[in-house]
Write a protein that binds this ligand. Structure first.
Ligand code: BGC
Length: 753
């Protein structure tokens, strides 16, 4: 007993010495730093010259170079590849007085050289292990290229498909979004941050960026505490609980205050209540943008507001480096504010192992071995297959036969090797995705011909940001496509948005198939209705016509490097799809924002049942329901749910309740179903959603097989941010729904005492 006690005491003291030693090292270093050097740590520049080339001779690049050499830059972003990173690191470490290494940031939103499916697609897998693996391998590949910090995961909940950045997130649900956020943090950061294969992650954009008014990027956000706490913040809290090292604030203002200067969000909540001990980086130029918001009168004022608001590092505004010293002289901020920010930044650098070895992430052999390796490719394929959602499959047109079928492959995206890489593929080489044409051609038994139908237009308006659109003026490809459709048994049409049509700054006011694609689809269907529509898109689209007239629809998003292989395996049935939508697909833009976990209203009505009045919450010209609901997705198998039950009808706060059911695969092939559990709190101190996801499981079954499945609910599943402004579960009635998607109707009831 005594020995056990001594060992425990020893363990505790060793842990606290190790912990203390980083804190001590930070304060030792801080005590040696001049004010300017401290401010330098808070300054981040974008890669501004070809580092392995000559030193810049004049202008802004020369100024920035001198800052770097003086130790007035704490971080750089978008410098990548061992040679380049080593070169900048060398300047920071060897030229500056204290030799403090840089932290090198990069957006690994869905991979580095090997591109994984866009996050919205990965979220459709509902497979947390797969999502974690994708982050883990992206980190491994990027770390091998010198990067040690990523500006991911993007965990903004959003309800508006017009917003182009829905492709970067996990969709509309805070429960799924929180689990995915934590999985991605675990993937990027691993168990040991100082390993050369793991990197620091960033939870972004803090906060409510996904609620941009009218889905227009960068737009103002005005939401109340109920939505903020119950919907927007949970994934951020989950990221903190998973040990995330950094946060990025957001471009939007929230209820009148730009997030970059929001003391409530960054100081009270994040660094206060949540005890977050990492650092906060601004978004690109967001400190300066507070002037355009009409919140700061000039650069100096913007610097003051951002620092007091809790922004520790300035991404690309150059405001901290020029203004913070003056602000100290003017007594508008204190050295304690600076010391706090710098300590947070240095701590993460120590944790990354950069002080022991600034070149830890700069091993050229490792870079060669890991970049695009088989491990990467296999994982990218696996995750891509899991991300596909089967939306419709009438008369079992899918899966396709593998032999003797004449297939016409039509559409602007069918042979395209660039679009499937999605928007955030800044580390990847263009045209490196496997196209659908290539994927299908790996199956030799069928005769496949291809026609583009509608062309793509390449545009790079500012000569830098790539822009590709789908043609709106030229229909010359139609004849060839229609002639092909007439000759074949099955037409596969690959339509959607180009990879550059969603993402940052890519909001849309229309959500139909862009360009001439809808027209092409209808003309082809008129000559051959046997169509499999493969969609590639970065956001929910409006598919009313296709849903009514096309027998099979496969949602294939932008699936990354292995896109075409994944799609071919699904079309041929070598992989049975199991993805479920992480966002509702609307029937019309006028329905937006659209989400399954909406409130009831005082006049809910029931869709399809005539309430005998116009005075209920609905549209006169459109249904309330989405075309495809949250959680929806088919399989080549069929699943039947039965014997839904709760093990009791009452539950106390410290106990739990079990919901169980039996699921049977009544189809002809082995398949996987993602079973979902939702609750409803029908009466509460603040109104609650009609349904909330609280559990899901993937159940794989052979044809004819059955399995009993259960979920356990505890008090914490029932908690919400109540009218008392705290997280609590309120006593009363709760309903439980179990089924294949968010529309499941069979209701079970219990009381919480
Ligand atoms: C985006 C961020 C991104 C940053 C750096 C900004 O425009 O909003 O999400 O991390 O650029 O690339």
């Amino acid at each position: 007993m005594k020995l056990k006690f001594i060992l425990l005491a020893l363990l505790i003291s060793t842990v606290s010495i190790a912990q203390k030693s980083i804190d001590e090292k930070v304060s030792d270093l801080l005590s040696k730093m001049t004010l300017k050097e401290k401010i330098g740590q808070m300054n981040q520049y974008n890669g501004f010259w070809n580092v392995t080339g000559p030193v810049p001779e004049g202008g802004d690049s020369k100024v920035k170079y001198d800052h770097l050499a003086n130790g007035w830059v704490g971080s750089m972003l978008n410098v990548r590849g061992v040679k380049e990173v080593k070169a900048v690191q060398k300047i920071a470490v060897e030229n500056s007085r204290l030799g403090i290494p840089l932290i090198i940031g990069f957006d690994l939103i869905h991979g580095y050289k090997t591109v994984f499916p866009i996050p919205l697609a990965e979220s459709a897998s509902w497979d947390l292990e797969a999502i974690q693996l994708s982050a883990e391998l992206s980190a491994k590949e990027a770390a091998a290229a010198g990067i040690n910090w990523t500006f991911a995961p993007m965990i903004d909940i959003t309800r508006d498909a017009r917003w182009g950045r829905v492709m970067e997130g996990a969709g509309e649900d805070p429960y799924l979004g929180s689990l995915i956020a934590a999985a991605r943090v675990r993937g990027f950061q691993g168990e040991d941050l100082a390993s050369p294969f793991t990197i620091a992650a960033t939870a972004k954009h803090f906060a409510a960026y996904g609620f941009a008014e009218a889905g227009k990027d960068y737009n103002t956000v005005d939401i109340g505490l109920n939505t903020l706490h119950n919907i927007v913040l949970p994934p951020f809290k989950a990221a903190v609980d998973a040990g995330i090292k950094t946060f990025m604030n957001s471009f939007n203002d929230l209820n009148g205050i730009p997030a970059t200067a929001d003391t409530f969000l960054q100081r009270e909540l994040l660094k206060g209540e949540w005890n977050f001990d990492g650092f906060v980086v601004s978004d690109w130029g967001s400190i300066r943008e507070m002037i355009d918001h009409g919140y700061a009168k000039d650069n100096n004022h913007a610097g003051e507001l951002a620092l007091l608001g809790g922004s520790d590092m300035d991404m690309e505004s150059s405001i901290y480096i020029y203004e913070l010293e003056k602000l100290i002289e003017e007594n508008k901020i204190s050295v304690a504010h600076i010391d706090d920010a710098v300590s947070r930044i240095l701590k993460v650098k120590f944790e990354l192992g950069l002080f022991e070895d600034p070149y830890l992430y700069c091993n050229e052999e490792q870079e060669k071995e890991i970049t695009g390796s088989k491990e990467m490719m296999d994982a990218a394929l696996e995750v891509a297959k899991k991300s596909i959602v089967l939306l419709k499959n009438e008369n079992e047109i899918l899966p396709l036969k593998k032999n003797g079928v004449k297939i016409g492959l039509i559409g602007p995206l069918a042979a395209d090797k660039n679009s499937p890489l999605g928007n955030w593929r800044i580390g990847a080489d263009n045209n490196t995705a496997i196209s659908v044409l290539e994927g299908l051609k790996n199956y030799k038994g069928n005769d496949i011909s291809h026609a583009q139908g509608v062309k793509l237009i390449n545009k790079t308006p500012d000569g830098f940001h790539e822009e590709v659109q789908i043609n709106t003026t030229d229909k010359t490809g139609f004849d060839e496509a229609i002639a092909l459709a007439k000759k074949v048994e099955v037409v596969i049409m690959v339509l959607g948005e180009h990879g550059f049509q969603s993402g940052e700054g890519r909001s849309r006011s229309k959500l139909d198939l862009p360009g001439f694609q809808q027209e092409l689809l209808e003309e082809v269907a008129a000559v051959n209705p046997n169509i499999v529509l493969v969609l590639m898109n970065g956001r929910p689209l409006i598919l009313n016509w296709a849903a009514e007239n096309i027998p099979a629809i496969v949602e294939a998003w932008q699936l990354g490097t292995q896109s075409g292989n994944a799609i071919a395996q699904v079309l041929y049935g070598d992989y049975n799809p199991s993805g479920k939508l992480p966002m509702s697909f609307p029937r019309s833009v006028g329905q937006l924002p659209l989400y399954y976990n909406h409130k009831s209203t005082g006049r809910p009505g029931t869709e399809g049942v005539d309430p005998g009045s116009v005075f209920w919450s609905h549209y006169g010209d459109e249904k309330n329901s989405p075309l495809y609901p949250f959680g929806y997705g088919l399989s080549y198998s069929k699943f039947e749910y039965s014997k839904l039950q709760l093990n009791k009808t009452e539950m106390t706060k410290n106990s739990s309740i079990k919901a169980s059911f039996t699921i049977k695969n009544t189809g002809k092939v082995k398949g996987k179903e993602i079973v979902q559990l939702y609750i409803q709190d029908p009466f509460a101190s603040a109104t609650r959603p009609v349904k909330e996801l609280k559990g899901f499981k993937a159940i794989e079954l052979e044809p004819g097989a059955t399995q009993e499945v259960s979920f356990t609910l505890t008090e914490s599943d029932l908690k919400f941010y109540s009218a008392n402004q705290k997280w609590e579960a309120e006593p009363g009635t709760y309903h439980v729904f179990i089924g294949t998607d968010s529309t499941s109707k069979e209701k079970m009831t219990f009381e919480l005492n």
